[in-house]
Design a protein around this ligand. Structure first.
Ligand code: CO
Length: 320
């Protein structure tokens, strides 16, 4: 159950109902299933974008669903110190806590519903780890980490860190109260969420009650992706089935429709989806490990710069 929720969505501002005759609903072009993997020191992730052409993802590069996992005492894990260059990371903690620290002096605790934005830009080192009391106690851990590409002109932007509390997220309701919409970033139907990336994007986390559906307006110049965090439902006006751990890429159009099946399983009482879109950058992408550049030579240079210590140095008080 996501930490940021409300008793009665009908008390929230409601999104403007989409006129199906005036709008061009986005059709589904593909549905893929995210494979399981492990990140950092061994926390379970689902690679949400695996097998999808980068051109359909543009401006996004990579997304991991972290968990959802219920840790026992002593089990929570994080990442060691590692570098990045050439893009921005958006980390959204749905449930649980993660401590973050970077070589640029940024950092803090990201807890239940918080979002953290890190512009790696020209280069940064960072570490993400559960705080000590969470390692001791265990507990629920569920989040997302999204990589947003930077255009050539901003690959070497100044590193930046933004910490956004869950309470700052814009909360909206569908017309009948069946869907709660959390605007994590960008804008939905004129309602702005907190946080800003260099590349214009919109991220919405929607929770739909069993049997509920919602159609939201979507900028026609943005791409559109729907990823299912948990539950069963359909996506698109033609009701393509989609379930936990699946990603839909949508075609061009003005609106996105998602609907929850009337019957959900006991592990996922609601249909939880992330709606993602952004302005495509349309530049060549050369990526390897933690670096996302335009050419192979720039990736090789990034590895060399990392080895030479030019992406930053570890804060002395918090050695790895
Ligand atoms: Co990282």
């Amino acid at each position: 159950m996501p930490a940021v929720t409300v008793e009665n969505p009908l008390l929230l501002p409601r999104i403007t109902p989409v006129d199906p005759t005036a709008d061009r609903p986005r059709l589904v072009s593909s549905v893929t299933t995210a494979p399981q993997g492990y990140e950092g020191e061994g926390f379970p992730v689902r690679r949400a974008f695996a097998g999808v052409d980068l051109r359909a993802l543009d401006p996004f590069i990579h997304m991991d669903q972290m968990g959802e996992v219920e840790y026992g005492a002593g089990e929570p894990k994080g990442t060691p110190w590692h570098p990045h260059r050439g893009f921005e990371t958006v980390t959204y903690m749905i449930d649980g806590e993660m401590a973050h620290q970077d070589s640029n002096g940024g950092g803090g605790l990201i807890t239940n519903g918080d979002t953290q934005w890190m512009t790696a830009g020209g280069g940064i080192l960072h570490i993400e780890a559960p705080p000590e009391h969470i390692v001791a106690s265990g507990g629920l851990f569920h989040g997302l980490q999204l990589w947003v590409n930077l255009p050539r002109s901003l690959k070497f932007a100044q590193p930046r860190y933004q910490d956004i509390r869950g309470s700052k997220v814009a909360l909206l309701s569908s017309d009948d109260g069946g869907a709660l919409l959390r605007v994590i970033a960008g804008d939905l139907d004129g309602h702005a969420g907190p946080g800003s990336t260099h590349t214009p994007i919109t991220i919405v986390h929607a929770t739909l009650s069993p049997g509920a559906s919602v159609t939201v307006p979507w900028r026609p110049d943005f791409n559109a992706l729907v990823y299912v965090l948990g539950g069963d439902g359909t996506v698109g006006s033609k009701q393509r089935p989609i379930r936990s751990g699946q990603l839909a890429v949508l075609e061009d159009g003005d609106s996105i429709t998602v609907a929850a099946d009337a019957k959900q399983d006991s592990r996922h009482p609601n249909f939880d989806v992330v709606l993602l879109g952004g302005q495509p950058i349309r530049e060549p992408v050369a990526m390897s490990g933690p670096f996302v550049m335009n050419t192979r030579a720039e990736v090789v240079q990034a590895f060399e710069d990392f080895r030479a210590g030019r992406l930053g140095s570890l804060p002395a008080a918090h050695g790895a």
